[in-house]
Design a protein around this ligand. Structure first.
Ligand SMILES: Cc1ncc(COP(=O)(O)O)c(C=O)c1O
Length: 287
């Protein structure tokens, strides 16, 4: 098949061929993942859809896999197939799997007790070291970014004595009623079943990189918090226009609105050019 297109011509995929290729790959996949399939059949008896978290069942484009372990940039399924993990557990395992410098101190600490509901000296050392790295003075810890963003929203509401929240199209900020929302053409509504429509009413969704839209929405002084990633990483990658983040800072300060830069994926690299360079470097080094 020729892949050369006349200038300006639109490429039309041969859907029948795509379906054939997809079927062939699914069959290959099934032939080498028999143990995963058997585990899925067992798992369905004790977990809805056979997964410990329901989103895992619909997240991937292939039948369910069960993982046996990982090493560096790879993980292995229960059938012994190895995969290079380009997603590194949604960036929560950025350094890779089974890295001794990460795992050994964690194992040592587990042997000494996983938690005590009281602070330890390590918490003080970690807060100091984060302060040095990120240039921010005060630190609190949560078990997940959803928890951190929930706290941020409450703090902003308390400080400003306002209720509303601005997020941006293409966002994801975690398992939070107010941010699991979409614009249905008329108003902001829950994105999924089981969420409270009332909580959606507090959220305004704006286009990213549009400072005029933010300025107009903040004019009423009803917004407690603008919540954004420095670059949107949950809808492919959308970089901020030059000056956009500084503009957000300025408009928020002028209107007494709190601004939170959610760095769950960008890991303190609000200097986004630096982040993209780092990402390229990281991809080059995956072995
Ligand atoms: C930008 C952003 N914020 C928050 C979250 C929620 O993270 P967690 O699953 O740790 O609650 C995610 C998860 O991917 C994220 O990408």
């Amino acid at each position: 098949m020729s892949t050369t297109l006349a200038p300006g011509a639109a490429y039309r995929a041969d859907r029948t061929r795509v379906a054939e290729l997809n079927q062939r790959e699914l069959e290959r996949f099934a032939a080498r993942t028999g143990r995963s399939k058997a585990l899925l059949d067992r798992a369905r008896n004790v977990m809805p859809a056979g997964t410990p978290m329901s989103w895992m069942a619909g997240y991937y484009m292939h039948p369910q896999l069960y993982v046996a372990g990982g090493e560096g940039a790879r993980f292995f399924d229960v059938d012994g197939n190895a995969y290079v993990d380009m997603n590194v557990a949604d960036l929560s395992a950025t350094l890779g799997y089974g890295i001794p410098a990460v795992e050994e101190p964690m194992v040592r600490q587990f042997r000494n007790g996983a938690h005590y509901l009281l602070p330890t000296e390590d918490a003080v050392v970690a807060a100091h070291s984060l302060g040095r790295l990120m240039g921010l003075p005060f630190w609190q810890f949560t078990l997940a970014a959803s928890g951190a963003n929930t706290e941020v929203m409450r703090i902003a509401r308390h400080i400003t004595d306002r209720r509303k929240l601005i997020v941006f199209e293409g966002k994801y900020h975690g398992h939070i009623e107010e941010t699991l929302v979409k614009f249905d053409g008329e108003r902001v509504v829950p994105e999924y079943q089981g969420l409270s429509g009332r909580r959606s009413e507090d959220t305004i969704i704006l286009p990213f990189n549009d400072l005029d839209a933010v300025a107009a929405a903040l004019e009423s002084r009803e917004v407690a918090l603008v919540l954004t990633e420095p670059a949107l990483t949950n809808c492919s990658l959308v970089l901020p226009d030059p000056g956009y983040l500084d503009g957000l800072r300025r408009i928020s300060a002028e209107t007494g609105t709190m601004l939170c830069i959610d760095e769950s994926h960008t890991h303190g690299k609000e200097d986004i050019d630096g982040y993209v360079d780092l990402l390229h470097e990281f991809m080059k080094n995956i072995k």
